[in-house]
Ligand binder design. Structure first.
Ligand code: HAM
Length: 423
């Protein structure tokens, strides 16, 4: 038997209804904040992620699905391609390539699959889905303002609220400007130098090339050493501190609760200043439901104009997991099962068509079924009513409608069926 590849999975009904419920709420809430949808390609040139996400990150060094795409004609060049491990780099590439600033497009969102070759676990897949949003634009359009950071965080709190997810925790930090981080990296290098030989191989390398990435280490034996390292909060310059304070002040005024966590550095290199994660208690080890932050230099790093930005990505798989207990009401069962008697498939199809036009969910049977089998099928489908379509019913234009839960049975004229079933 051929199986789905490790770390990938089929999303099946009825769970897909939850995914649709989440995505409909997302589109609705993001719309109210004036975000519009962007869809970028699922694969991009490898260089985009190496430069954007960062050469020393776990994503780029270990987790990307990369292949050599050979030239198929003399006019083509072969190139290295990668399935996108995240969507921010793709959005910023699209921003630059399409001159989106000229069209005033500075608030974009996306929903789609991402790919990372991680060790599969509960809540961690190799193909997973993200719902993300990015605010990006020239500083003159206000994209650097702490008001944008707070607005994005408030939008997330509103979305989670709307989905009935209450048990979340917002962890907030500032990772400073590149200048702040330069000093921080020097301090880390100095602190790591005498102890790095006791650390894992990855950390020994990071201690030299990109010491900040030591904070991504998950090796238990390294954690006591990491606990003793300096914190970024000690190295924030005046501008970073002012920006961070302003974000916090707005969050307080819109009553979004947060905890400052100065260990939070995030696993991607493009972050500057505000960085955040929302965690959720019920998720276990993979408890980060979403993450994001500012990336003020990313556009320039990818060859574009100065365009400060901030955004986030929600792990949709994890969001749906944390929703499951509260989501019973989302799963819509058929309102009625239309059961044709012998020779009545045509009339039954006509009636089902009419009812469906009124936004009723109708399961249509088959006139080859005996009445008993129709009842069994209606019950298995979870239908509320069964509606019997026989010759007498069609002639009289009055139908038998039976409530499958209560057993109550009534005769209803065709013109009143919709109202009766809706009621
Ligand atoms: P990230 O923290 O790498 O950030 O991913 C965001 C979220 O995607 C995580 O919090 C998690 O919920 C989900 N996620 C990541 N990896 C997996 C996986 N293997 N399986 C299931 N879910 C996963 C980013 O991707 C940034 N692009 C976010 C961003 C947007 N920053 C600024 N703008």
């Amino acid at each position: 038997m051929i199986k789905a590849v490790r770390g990938t999975r089929d999303l099946l009904p009825p769970e897909t209804a939850l995914w649709n419920f989440v995505e409909a709420a997302v589109r609705d809430v993001f719309r109210a904040y004036n975000f519009q949808e962007i869809r970028t390609p699922i694969f991009e040139s490898t260089e985009l992620f190496a430069r954007g996400v960062g050469d020393e990150t776990d994503i780029v060094t270990k987790e990307m699905y990369t292949w050599d795409d050979k030239a198929r004609a003399a006019s083509e060049k072969g190139q290295s391609l990668t399935l996108r491990p995240e969507n921010t780099a793709g959005v910023v590439r699209a921003y630059i390539e399409n001159h989106l600033w000229d069209r005033g497009l500075n608030k974009l969102y996306y929903i789609g699959p991402q790919f990372r070759r991680e060790r599969p676990a509960k809540g961690r897949y190799r193909q997973f889905y993200q719902i993300g949003a990015e605010v990006i634009g020239p500083a003159s359009a206000g994209s650097e303002s702490p008001a944008r950071d707070a607005e994005v965080l408030e939008m997330l709190a509103t979305l989670l609220d709307r989905l009935g997810i209450t048990d979340w925790n917002l962890e907030l930090n500032s990772v400073g400007t590149p200048a702040d981080r330069g000093q921080f990296n020097e301090a880390l290098r100095a602190a790591l130098d005498p102890v790095k030989d006791k650390m894992c191989g990855d950390c020994q390398r990071r201690a030299v090339t990109n010491p900040l990435r030591v904070f991504d280490c998950k090796v238990p034996a390294d954690q006591p050493i990491i606990d003793t390292l300096p914190r970024i909060s000690q190295f924030l310059g005046g501008e970073s501190r002012k920006h961070f304070d302003a974000v916090q002040e707005i969050l307080r005024s819109v009553e979004v609760e947060f905890h400052v966590n100065d260990r939070l550095v995030r696993g991607l290199d493009y972050y500057t200043r505000t960085a955040f994660e929302f965690t959720h208690g019920a998720l276990g080890a993979q408890n980060a439901i979403l993450g994001g932050g500012r990336y003020d230099g990313l556009s320039e790093m990818l060859g574009g104009p100065a365009a400060p930005g901030i955004g986030f990505a929600i792990g949709e798989d994890r969001l749906v997991m944390s929703l499951k207990e509260t989501a019973e009401g989302v799963l819509r069962k058929p309102d009625a099962y239309v059961a044709p008697m012998a020779g009545m498939n045509g009339e039954a199809a006509k009636l089902a068509h009419e009812l469906r036009r009124h936004d009723l969910v109708i399961e249509l049977g088959d006139d080859a079924f005996k009445l008993k089998k129709s009842f069994e099928a209606a019950t298995r489908a979870g239908a509320k009513y069964i509606l019997i379509v026989g010759e007498n019913e069609v002639t009289a234009d009055v139908f038998t409608l039976k409530n499958l839960a209560t057993g109550e049975q009534v005769s209803v004229p065709r013109a009143e069926l919709v109202r009766r079933i809706q009621g």
